[in-house]
Design a protein around this ligand. Structure first.
Ligand SMILES: Cc1cc2nc3c(=O)[nH]c(=O)nc-3n(C[C@H](O)[C@H](O)[C@H](O)COP(=O)(O)OP(=O)(O)OC[C@H]3O[C@@H](n4cnc5c(N)ncnc54)[C@H](O)[C@@H]3O)c2cc1C
Length: 209
């Protein structure tokens, strides 16, 4: 596996290129931390962007859903797709409205998805998707039965054409007369964390911890 992805015409970061990266490690870390991605593709009804969960296994990104899903059916046909993953780290409040921003880590990917047909492989990837929700969760719930498996599609997308972009740190320093204006500036960190588990009304056992 190469450490850096080739920069293509589509993945060349033109705007603020110093924030861009094509390093696999950087891209993988963002994909692994994010719980959801947004999948963009063109349909007969026009372009659409659909949010969904994902899991990365080696150099492939996997998504799943109902076999009847418009997204899954469209992508199974091998059409071009773009996937975006975003982690929001902070709000950036600057002295000038113009310099307001956000701190983020994001990935944009391009490619064609392929359906995972082999049953054993499909089960492995579905377990990996569940384990992303909570570690080892796939072993702590009933696995998919044959009917559920038939109703579920799993698609893979090679992580071969992708870019990462990262903004971090305080607002850009203001210059000239703006440098002395009496406005607060700085960042407001954003934290997304897991709360305490709450039992479902029909749950029979205590949270296993
Ligand atoms: C949460 C969030 C909020 C943002 N808010 C704004 C905003 O309000 N206004 C604004 O102008 N920009 C914003 N950005 C930055 C935005 O994503 C683009 O990077 C920027 O607008 C430049 O777009 P462009 O099409 O000119 O990029 P280009 O540099 O022309 O894009 C070329 C290629 O660079 C890569 N690329 C571009 N942006 C990203 C990215 N964010 N992550 C990974 N790869 C990327 C892609 O491969 C893309 O095809 C935001 C980013 C995030 C994550």
């Amino acid at each position: 596996m190469t450490t850096s992805l080739p920069v293509t015409d589509r993945t060349k970061v033109r705007r603020k290129p110093q924030r861009g990266s094509h390093e696999r490690a950087v891209i993988n870390e963002i994909l692994d931390e994010a719980l959801i991605c947004h999948v963009g593709f063109v349909t007969e009804r026009g372009p659409v962007v659909i949010p969904t969960t994902h899991v990365r296994i080696d150099d492939q990104l996997y998504i799943h859903g109902s076999a009847a899903s418009h997204m899954l059916r469209s992508l199974s046909n091998g059409i071009e797709v773009s996937v975006c993953v975003t982690l929001l780290d902070a709000l950036v409040l600057a002295t000038t409205a113009f310099h307001h921003s956000v701190n983020y880590r994001s990935v944009v990917m391009f490619g064609r998805a392929f359906p995972v047909e082999d049953t054993a492989t499909k089960l492995t990837y579905l377990a990996a998707l569940v384990d992303r929700v909570a570690p080892n969760r796939s072993g702590a719930c009933r696995p998919p039965n044959a009917k559920e498996l038939a109703a579920t599609s799993v698609l893979g997308l090679p992580i071969a054409e992708a870019s990462a972009k990262i903004r971090s740190g305080p607002p850009l320093p203001e210059e000239g007369e703006d440098a002395d204006l009496p406005y607060w500036s700085g960042i407001i960190p954003l934290v997304s964390s897991r709360g305490a588990p709450e039992n479902a009304p029909d749950c029979k056992i205590a949270w296993p911890g």
